[in-house]
Design a protein around this ligand. Sequence first.
Ligand code: PEP
Ligand code: MG
Length: 847
Amino acid sequence: MANLTLVSPLRGWCAPLDETPDAVFAQRLLGDGVAIDPTAGVLHAPCDGEVISVAAARHAVALRAPNGAEILLHVGIDTVALNGDGFEVLVAAGARVRQGDALLNFDLDQLAQRAKSLITPIVITNGERFSIANARVGQSVDIGDPLLELQPTAAGAKTHIDQAAQQEVTGRVTVAHDHGIHARPAALIANYAKTSPAEISIAVRGRKANGKSAVALMSLGAQRGDELTLVASGPDAAKAVAELKKLVLSLDEKTASPAPASASPPPPASGGGVGRGPSQTPGRLRGVIASRGLAVGRAVPLESAEVQVAEAGRGIAHESAEFERARAEVRTRLEQIAASSHGTAREVIAAHLEFLDDWELVAAARRSIARGKSAGFAWRRAVRESADTLRALGDPRMSERVDDLLDLESQVLLTLHGEEPVVIRNLPERAILIAEDLKPSQLVSLDATRLAGICLAAGGPTSHVAILAAAMGIPALVALGSAVLDIVEGAWLVLDAEQGNLATAPDQTALAAAEQTLAARQQRKQAERAAAHADCRTADGVRIEVFANLGSLAEAQVAMAHGAEGCGLLRTEFLFLERDAPPDEEEQLRQYQGIATTLDGRPLVIRTLDIGGDKPIPYLPMPAEPNPALGLRGVRTSLWRPDLLRVQLRAILRVQPAGQCRVLLPMITDTAEIRAVRRMIDEVRRELRINGSIPLGAMIETPAAALLAERVATEVEFLSIGTNDLTQYTLAMDRGHSELAHRIDGLHPAVLRLIATTVAAADKHSRFVAVCGGLASEPAAVPVLLGLGVQELSVVPTLIPQLKSLIRTLTLDACRSLAQRAVALDTAEAVRALVNDFSASEPQVAS
Ligand code: PEP
Ligand code: MG
């Protein structure tokens, strides 16, 4: 256990305890320590810790330090007789405090007149476990100066071994993933730490943070390659350190939110700030694309005045109650929005909920309230301090999380003022919102059907607002500079978020041209939607089935509205991630049944859990793996934890009507894995007294499975090609690698040859074969896949209408000849060029 330095809790003169005019202290009956004769009336915490007790007469506070030391801070001698007069306590028992926090105020003059002495003993009441060194006795001290060092004694060490509950355990782990500990990894770590009873801190490069606070962890600014020191004390300390190490090692950048728009034009010279931007031309502003699309509409400027807060509170009890009320109201509102949103919007709200209950933020605000500040002032200060720390890291990802924090700040402040944090309730039709910046909560509370576009003076292309706008299909430009704020309400605008331009004064011809483009797109979309529910056949009459890839019940509804013929891939991970324990059989059954019912009898292919590697879950600690993409993943994880697989299979087999569901196994590499799962399915069928069998399929995602497809096909009823992983493992390029992103291409001829091998094997054994990886959702790749013999696609639900209408324009002969030429090429670039030429020669293919 390490030494702990206590810092001075007072300004004054530090004396040996012997000089205390009280035998109890002078003879160290309460423990060893020092005494300070104070010259200022605020007592501060000498270290981080928990308040064990506050004397009823408000003159003394006891703290427990993270190393177990118990420290009594007793202001003056015989001050108990003052019955609290002249004292104001700022903390309560049970509160956690940081070194330097104010604990109580005392009236120096009054005490000087009424108490026996002002000298303040600082004693270690469980001193048998510590020896004191380097005490600053005989010197003047200021608040925060080192005061003394506590060194654990042998007896202390022994006691620690006896009392595992107080044990301090240290571990080290190096951050391995690309962007360090940003918001998502910080939330994962804090979420795990909160489930542990141990006190946990994490330090890096001389900075230390509470492991249970996502905000504090983000503020560490830990980067890839940094070594983190994990320190845990108290119950389960060793387990906490071991689990945290694994969690940090398994964090993967795939947990980060995707950037909504790629290939944005270069930002204006003003960057992300609100400068005017020297390159702006009259009537046209350049911005950064945050969400692609074209919009014509009228300007609706958004005023956002900062909420005013009074600094002084109206009593600690009142302000505390107000603070809790406001947080509870905001929490309820966020939970309601989360329940009715899905995908990205839901993730954004989840981040806000995380911040709302962040241990450090809430504790900082409570401390300010205890010092007499108003709830609003305390919350704003806590948020702004965290935001400043994050900003100072200079990492654009972190600065964007600042937006989320400030968003939450105003939600709580508005609620404290009794206002709903909704900005504009009645948007006019075709509104193009103009604002300096927009908060995610503001965006999700707007009527998306009336919102045509978004133009922000500031903001960044990877912010949550950008991701949300992209998910909602609303064109958005950010970083337009402050000139955008001069646009008057009602002005007609053409927002071209494909080129990065905002026409601020379009003439009639420009408006008409933009309207015409929009109308043509709209018409094409409507025609595609209208035909989306009809069977899909190529121009020469070959039936092609188009299914949807799903990850939630909400997506099943979207898929049905877009003409899905069923679900070709249900990624069941959504049920298992971001929680403390796996879903039980009943919960899984409810979810699968909900989706099956929504699909209204159409086939539902349920993939068994595909976690491990890139998708860590805290309650399923995996052995540390140097290369998780090549470790316990997919079906390997299920066979490693057959208890989880059994529950999942039971839930799938219980879905009604029997026969609607099929089971799909991820990451198959040989037939033994399939046979092992089939044995378990048979056992479960016997347990549930189910006579009929359930179709079992294998995902072809590894070169091994593709090369063995003929053998694999004999063991299953169907095959499904996962081109995302098949590409990663064939090309030996991490599918999440940002530097290699442009080279990880499923149209690589090697991948196409493996697809051809798989289709031929399936044909030979009369098995169905689908493609469910990302390649199937790419309009340019679809003709090649059909040419290779694929007759089932499972795709992003909203793309179904477009893909069906594309397929209807193709002839299989043309596709076959295209595929033959593609597999004969040497590089992915050459195949891309070939398919682009093909698409260009088919006018209907262009999107
Ligand atoms: C794939 O690998 O192509 C696939 C569909 O699975 P996932 O993307 O979920 O790994
Ligand atoms: Mg996969």
